[in-house]
Design a protein around this ligand. Structure first.
Ligand code: AKG
Ligand code: FE2
Length: 399
């Protein structure tokens, strides 16, 4: 058995009153601080098992649809639509260069926005952070991305506000309903984080996510990874490169038996994340894997951990969790939760966050982003910075 990540499993389905809610909230916050990842048991209370299975069925239909249909819904600057990174496989040499450029941009931004810097900064850039990322990148080469993805933005009255492939047009309402369930659960997790961190008021995060207050960068993403046999990749290649997520939290749905996800542990080693962690084998559906994104880490001054993760071809005896395989096409669904775009990322009113001491070499987040101290970053500005860094080539082509 591979040395799997020890991520806690929590049941938030509740019903046990205030004391139980407080206990669950504390467990959630401890997992978010220690691992940046937590399994939420899928009891069917928040998201019915059939809704998850139904969404996976639609995803299979979507990726199986004719290419022309998907191309009509191509990825747009609003972060919605279909993207295929397969073309990058055609020129792995350039891909390596461009992914390094992408990464450098991303790390520069990350190191500017990260309050905690274990060393000296040059022009606000945390030098040790950049150096450690560079070392990581060297060890990760070659980096080839092999994902196909479809991003769904907001729905209004059950209708997507973007083109949808004809093949799944009849399921539009079902996708919207699934997205709604994810949104509701995202609010619930944000409320628990607020309670667990003793934020005043405890609904501080939740209030910032309420869609009636405006649009947000929230995305439901269907993902498809072809099996090794259908690609020119070999086992050493990466299916989805090492990254952290941009939003507040991500909720990830995976299918039983499908290997691949790994997290970078505090010891700087890659650890596989089982789809079915011990204790959940008898559940009707695998737990929902929740992770902290950069925004919530930024917002809590680095207290909550935005953990780097990736998807690989682990193979039997090569890091695959027992009972999991990379032989089949891999499907996953991620709900990237973001606060309303205009939300100012002002310090979180929590004693726990205030007491979390960033090393003396770092200054406040706002000051790093804006040395003159005139401007607090909004959620949208934060997102756009991260998207620009990730989709560098896309934005270059647009210019
Ligand atoms: O497919 C997965 O398991 C992870 C996907 C992921 O990390 C992402 O899309 O950000
Ligand atoms: Fe991710």
């Amino acid at each position: 058995m591979a040395n799997v990540a020890k991520i806690p499993v929590i049941d938030i389905s509740g019903g046990g009153g205030e004391a139980e809610q407080l206990q669950v909230a504390k467990e959630l916050v401890e997992a978010a601080i220690e691992h940046g990842f937590v399994f939420i048991r899928n009891t069917g209370n928040d998201i019915p098992v059939e809704a998850v299975e139904g969404a996976f069925d639609i995803s299979r239909k979507l990726f199986g649809a004719p290419l022309e249909e998907k191309e009509k819904c191509k990825y747009e600057q609003n972060n919605r639509g279909w993207s295929s990174m397969q073309y990058e496989v055609l020129d792995p040499k350039n891909q390596r260069v461009s992914s390094l450029q992408n990464s450098l941009r991303g790390w520069l931004l990350l190191s500017l926005t990260q309050t905690t810097c274990p060393g000296w900064r040059l022009q606000g850039v945390c030098i040790p952070l950049i150096l450690s990322h560079l070392a990581l990148a060297t060890s990760l080469q070659p980096v080839i991305y092999r994902i196909r993805a479809f991003n769904f933005g907001e729905f209004v009255d059950g209708k997507a506000q973007q083109p949808i492939p004809d093949t799944i047009a009849q399921y539009e309402g079902q996708v919207g309903a699934f997205r709604d369930l994810c949104y509701q659960m995202c609010l619930k997790i944000n409320t628990l984080l607020g309670i667990g961190l003793q934020v005043d008021p405890p609904d501080f995060f939740t209030a910032a996510h309420l869609r009636e207050k405006g649009t947000s960068g929230t995305i439901l993403r269907f993902l498809y990874y072809p099996p090794l046999a259908d690609t020119s990749a070999d086992r050493e290649d990466v299916r989805a490169g090492a990254h952290s997520d941009y939003g507040s939290i991500t909720m990830l749905f995976r299918l039983k038996g499908q290997a691949g996800l790994e997290i970078l542990t505090r010891e700087d080693t890659w650890a596989p994340v089982p789809v079915t962690p011990p204790g959940t084998e008898g559940d009707a559906a695998p737990p929902i894997l929740v992770n902290i994104g950069d925004l919530l880490s930024y917002w809590t001054n680095g207290l909550l951990r935005s953990t780097v993760h990736r998807v690989v071809f682990p193979g039997p005896g090569k890091g695959a969790v027992e009972g999991e395989t990379d032989a089949d096409p891999r499907y996953s669904m991620a709900f990237f939760c973001h606060p309303v775009g205009t939300t100012p990322l002002t310090p979180v009113p929590s004693e726990r966050v205030r007491q979390f001491k960033a090393p003396p070499s770092s200054s406040s987040q706002a000051a790093q982003l804006d040395p003159a101290g005139e401007k607090v970053l909004t959620a949208d500005e934060h997102l756009n910075m991260r998207l620009r860094a990730s989709y560098l080539q896309f934005y270059k082509d647009k210019e």
